[in-house]
Write a protein that binds this ligand. Structure first.
Ligand code: ABU
Length: 372
């Protein structure tokens, strides 16, 4: 085995805004369109079901793929120009059909690193995930993780989901999106509590306090696993938002520095005790303008609020999609320096600037930002 050089803090990140030194930016090379399975109907936007019916199991159309790759390369260059070290995952073959004990699927893509990996301090945690087409996505990051481990990082893989039929509510009215929305608002989801499942992007890090939402892909079992795994050093706060399609917190409640958090006006926070915690601790809760998202960009899996799916380089610099003029102006008015990047062609692959990255190292230590 190669010699292990332990450099402390090769992996080090506790929040979303400390000065960024190193990051992983995803890839869409080899991306494959997921099949429109029962459970996937609740993840994909109904207006795009036809796309998934037509292309399910096939590579993404060439032009879409090339533009998606270019968007991620643009992000890499922008970050490097700002002095950030950028690492990219391995290219893996998502077109291979795989068969587990419980299901058969093709893959998807490794563009949305934020869902798969979470960094807490010097530990990299692989999510258990909940999409069958993402079952093997962790493979794309294993070479990088092994390197970080050899240099001293901690490495944990959360319990792998079986993703058997028991994980998905077999009575969920997947063909009736309106009914699904009503059920979701009443607290019933496509994912059951059969086994722990979570996407890392449902957790938002504020030092010792971590917020998490029950979503389509993160269940209470998964949240409890994380709570026990992280132990008493961290406070895990479960928070609810008014959201009929909850999927990741990074377009809903987004910290932009110590004491400032963005709130999506379409998805207000429903928990008074959480709002009180922010207000008591003198945090400003700020509403950003609506996302424009150019109409020619198909948002197969996401909302137009990808405009607030930004990446903080530190408390002054914010990476924003170049066409989101109102958001750019909004950040300037807050006294921040927007760093713009042409990134919109990544949106069809399921995320924005925050989704497509996972910060590996930020200069900072574990702190409390709240009076609990
Ligand atoms: N993966 C983040 C997408 C969330 C949204 O649709 O707003």
């Amino acid at each position: 085995m190669a010699k292990m050089i332990k450099s402390p803090n090769i992996v080090n990140s506790f929040n979303e805004w400390d000065p960024l030194e190193e990051i992983i930016v995803g890839r869409v090379d080899g991306a494959v369109v997921p099949y429109l399975t029962r459970e996937f109907k609740t993840f994909a936007k109904p207006e795009y079901w036809e796309f998934f019916k037509q292309y399910g199991g096939k590579p993404y159309p060439k032009e879409m793929l090339n533009k998606g790759k270019e968007a991620l390369d643009n992000l890499q260059k922008t970050l490097e120009d700002e002095g950030v070290v950028v690492k990219r995952p391995e290219v893996i073959d998502f077109s291979k059909t795989y068969k587990t004990l419980y299901f058969e699927s093709c893959g998807f893509n490794s563009g949305n690193v934020r869902d798969c990996l979470m960094v807490i301090g010097n530990e990299i945690i692989e999510s258990s995930m909940a999409y069958r087409c993402r079952y093997f996505e962790f493979e794309a990051y294993r070479e990088l993780i092994k390197e970080y481990f050899k240099k001293g990082a901690k490495w944990t893989a959360a319990p792998k989901c079986s993703m058997s039929n028991e994980l998905y509510d077999q009575d969920f009215p997947v063909d009736d999106p309106k009914k699904c929305e009503e059920l979701i608002l009443s607290g019933r989801y496509i994912t059951t509590e059969f086994e722990p499942c979570f996407d890392a992007a449902d957790f938002t890090r504020f030092g010792r306090d971590i917020l998490v939402s029950r979503s389509l892909v993160t269940n209470n079992f998964g949240i409890e696993w994380m709570r026990r795994h992280l132990g008493p050093e961290y406070n895990i706060h479960v928070v609810r938002f008014l959201d009929n399609s909850p999927m990741h917190m990074d377009t809903t409640w987004v910290p932009i520095g110590e004491g400032r958090v963005l709130t999506c006006p379409d998805r207000p926070c429903l928990d008074k005790h959480i709002l009180d915690m922010f207000i008591r601790s003198k945090w400003e809760i700020i509403t950003p303008p609506a996302g424009l998202c150019p109409p020619e960009i198909p948002l197969h899996l996401t909302s137009r609020w990808l405009s607030m799916n930004i990446l903080m380089l530190d408390e002054n610099r914010v990476v924003v999609e170049a066409s989101e003029e109102p958001t750019i102006k909004f950040f300037k008015n807050l006294g921040l320096k927007p760093i713009t990047v042409d990134f919109k062609h990544f949106f069809p692959f399921g995320g924005g600037l925050h989704c497509s990255t996972c910060d590996i190292r930020r200069k900072g230590t574990l702190k409390s930002y709240f009076i609990n």
